[in-house]
Design a protein around this ligand. Structure first.
Ligand SMILES: [Zn+2]
Length: 57
């Protein structure tokens, strides 16, 4: 659940996700020119197809 909304995978329509945390590294940050380099993110990995939602922590 994110902001009281149920996450649904856009790829396979699955609603089961595995929550994890990841450190956003500078390589990824510079690749996408993000302003939150080296911050932590919440990730939700689809249990069916492994599509990943990223949320800035
Ligand atoms: Zn999926």
């Amino acid at each position: 659940m994110v902001k009281d909304r149920q996450l649904v995978c856009p790829v396979c329509a699955n609603d089961q996700f595995i929550e994890t945390r990841a450190q956003l590294n500078t390589a990824v940050a510079s690749l996408f020119d993000l302003d939150f380099a080296n911050k932590e993110a919440r990730c939700f990995v689809c249990s069916e197809c492994t599509y990943i939602f990223w949320f800035r922590a």
